[in-house]
Design a protein around this ligand. Structure first.
Ligand code: DCM
Ligand code: DCM
Ligand code: DCM
Ligand code: ZN
Ligand code: ZN
Length: 271
């Protein structure tokens, strides 16, 4: 996701974590304010092009070698690179966030990666190989040229919330408040338990793969409904956006609630 998506998932999570989880991460991240999660949600993107952070660049996605729109699937052995992927990264940094033998600053850094990667795992094109996750496909968005990956990272969400008038941070806070209500007792209330029902903290790879497979199904239904070639050069700000908006909304909501549940399990290990 772009900044809006990441910050929104983290604000949603901060609404659903337990009090002990909030206390744990506020101390670890040294921030007593309500934005203790939101404030670190995009950090992993800020370091991926630095020389020290380069080793993390493949940690933001998994390149599913499937065949949309006929067949969508993700396979850990087939698709997770030797150098890592979002699935192995989430597992590794979850482990680090629990390891009291490593220094606290390193556990804080691990927590920042966990917060970011739970978010990215819920973006459909972060669970797809075609054209580098859509980066090499050029499309139109309200008459301007963008690549398809950027459209799914940012443009759909920005338009869905009514434009980007204002700081991404304040827009995210407002959107998160709205989605929190929808999850707690709105349109997502009935399904929210199902979103975290299969969460197995003891098996992060299996849990992350279940989230990845669920997300990857949208590549066939909403990202490339007519296949990758058919979308090249198309205007996506109209009917395509109308179909994609609800997918983005649900995926951001799922990521936020699952992030809260995952952080609750990490903090519980410290009790
Ligand atoms: N990306 C992806 N899958 C790939 C390659 C990149 O999902 N196979 C994502 C990571 C970034 C965005 O696309 O969010 C742009 O990547 P880069 O800056 O590495 O081109
Ligand atoms: N825009 C806006 N509020 C923002 C960012 C951009 O109103 N926070 C407007 C300015 C331009 C259009 O959106 O009219 C596209 O902006 P840009 O060309 O800077 O991407
Ligand atoms: N911009 C802004 N507020 C936002 C997003 C963007 O003022 N919430 C401005 C900053 C840049 C321009 O819009 O001048 C392009 O932004 P971006 O880099 O996000 O395309
Ligand atoms: Zn992306
Ligand atoms: Zn990322």
């Amino acid at each position: 996701w772009g900044g809006l998506g990441h910050i929104t998932t983290a604000f949603i999570a901060s609404h659903f974590v337990s009090n002990t989880t909030q206390a744990h991460f506020q101390e670890l991240l040294r921030n007593d304010e309500p934005d203790y999660l939101a404030g670190v949600a995009t950090w992993a993107d800020s370091i991926r092009y630095t020389s020290w952070g380069r080793f993390t660049k493949n940690f933001h996605f998994i390149d599913a070698h499937d065949n949309p729109p006929e067949s969508c699937n993700v396979d850990f052995e087939r698709d997770c690179k030797e150098s890592g992927c979002v699935i192995s990264a989430l597992a590794n940094y979850t482990q680090q966030s629990l390891d009291t033998r490593i220094p606290e600053w390193q556990r804080a850094q691990a927590a920042k990666f966990v917060i970011h990667f739970v978010g990215d795992l819920h973006q459909p094109l972060h669970n797809e190989d075609v054209a580098l996750g859509g980066n090499r496909i050029h499309v139109l968005w309200d008459g301007r040229k963008y690549n398809l990956h950027h459209v799914w990272d940012s443009s759909i969400a920005e338009k869905w919330i009514g434009g980007r008038h204002g700081s991404p941070y304040l827009l995210a806070k407002k959107w998160a408040n709205q989605l929190t209500v929808e999850i707690a007792d709105g349109k997502f209330a009935e399904e929210k338990d199902a979103w975290v029902k299969d969460l197995e903290f003891e098996d992060p790879i299996a849990t992350a793969m279940a989230w990845s497979r669920e997300c990857n199904t949208y590549v066939c239904t909403h990202v490339f409904p007519e296949g990758p070639k058919a979308i090249v050069g198309q205007e996506l700000g109209g009917a395509y956006f109308e179909a994609a908006g609800p997918v983005i909304e649900k995926q951001v909501a799922r990521a936020g609630l699952r992030m809260a549940a995952w952080l609750d399990r990490i903090a519980a290990e410290y009790e």
